[in-house]
Design a protein around this ligand. Structure first.
Ligand SMILES: *Cc1c(COP(=O)(O)O)cnc(C)c1O
Length: 356
């Protein structure tokens, strides 16, 4: 007898819905949350019965290891609804695989793919009405896992909680982004956890980013921790550089997160006949290209914003402006990827998954 996970998930419905108080035409990014969440506990060496519960606070003991040793990881993904009301995910298995890569690095238990996927799909079916449909908006999905197990001993916890929560979100508007090329601080190091979506990685970025903001920049371009000569990421996004008509990005590594948007953009660019190169990029190359006019575009790539254009960068007290182009690779690639995500275009790559 085949037991499907949907039958196994315990569902407790919320008594009321908040949905009528939400203005779906004026959504910010990640600020309001839907009525339910998916929760699964890892206890006694195994994942317990998954549950869908009303969105609610989580209570923990002060001795829970998340507070002391930061065993905490997350993912970021989106669900989309087309004009017929069908619901889609974009490369969700890749998010699950990456969650498990992060889990392994932080000595946390891996979640079986079917637990994750079935939980996510069931929650989506229940929260279908929370998926916004206006241009540029989507249901932002935040899976996260953290140590609930107790003890002040610096060792991995023996219990964990996986949660998936939803935030209907409008376009991630970043405005005119000027970035500072970082010369002192590092986001990640060789042998470190930079390739994982570990909560602490982002805490470590806040202070250098605050310093950059005080200098009039919105974001930091991270450079390699060893020499600070090579660019690595744009804030919490992968970085793309257009020099003349070639689109470049840097190879993933211990220090650079393997972004799903990054690899999708590379594939689409190739499909569109745009010449791509994946190689290390020196800060000095960027400056030279800016000075001789061959630097055409600079943009960040990630699930939230998809593509976030950069209008200029600062380095060693000097500012370098990017040209204002009419038709950018960034805008063209963003349109193609979002058209695939929202079922407005063919998906020759097999990335889009229909949920219901
Ligand atoms: C999540 C993330 C990205 C982008 O990954 P996507 O899968 O495209 O959303 C890039 N860099 C860092 C550091 C990230 O945390």
């Amino acid at each position: 007898m085949a037991i499907t996970y949907s039958e196994e998930i315990q569902v407790e419905r919320a008594k009321t819905t908040k949905i009528n108080s939400v203005d779906f035409n004026n959504l910010a990014f990640g600020k309001i949350f839907s009525d339910h969440m998916f929760v699964c506990d890892f206890e006694d060496g195994k994942w317990q019965t998954p549950k869908i519960l009303p969105y609610q606070p989580i209570t923990l003991q002060p001795s829970s290891k998340i507070f002391h040793y930061g065993q905490s990881i997350f993912e970021g993904m989106k669900a989309y609804k087309d004009e017929n009301g069908s619901v889609f995910l974009f490369r969700p298995i890749d998010n699950c695989k990456r969650l498990n890569i992060s889990a392994k690095r932080l000595a946390m238990p891996e979640i079986p793919e079917d637990y994750f996927m079935n939980g996510l799909k069931e929650l989506l079916k229940i929260e279908k009405d929370w998926i916004p449909t206006s241009e540029g908006s989507a249901l932002y999905i935040r899976p996260f896992m953290f140590a609930t197990g107790e003890g002040f001993h610096a060792s991995p916890a023996d219990s964990y909680k996986l949660v998936i929560a939803f935030a209907p979100s409008g376009p991630y508007f970043s405005g005119d982004v000027k970035v500072l090329i970082e010369e002192k601080y590092s986001r990640s190091a060789n042998g470190g956890v930079g390739f994982a979506k570990a909560g602490g990685n982002y805490a470590g970025q806040f202070y250098p980013t605050q310093l950059a903001k005080e200098k009039g920049y919105q974001q930091v371009i991270w450079t390699d921790d060893n020499t600070h000569e090579y660019i690595e990421e744009a804030g919490a996004m992968n970085i793309f550089v257009r020099i003349n008509d070639t689109l470049l990005t840097v190879p993933t590594s211990d220090r650079i997160l393997d972004g799903i948007t990054r690899k999708s953009i590379l594939k689409i660019a190739e499909d569109e006949g745009i010449k791509t190169e994946v190689r290390k990029i020196k800060v000095s190359e960027l400056i030279e290209a800016s000075e001789n006019g061959s630097l055409k575009e600079l943009f960040g790539a990630g699930t939230a914003a998809v593509v976030s254009p950069i209008s200029g960068f600062g380095f060693k007290g000097k500012n370098y402006d990017l040209p204002k182009l009419e038709d950018t690779f960034g805008a063209r690639l963003k349109k193609r990827i979002t058209d695939i995500q929202t079922n407005k275009a063919e998906d020759p790559f097999g990335w889009r998954i229909k949920v219901c």
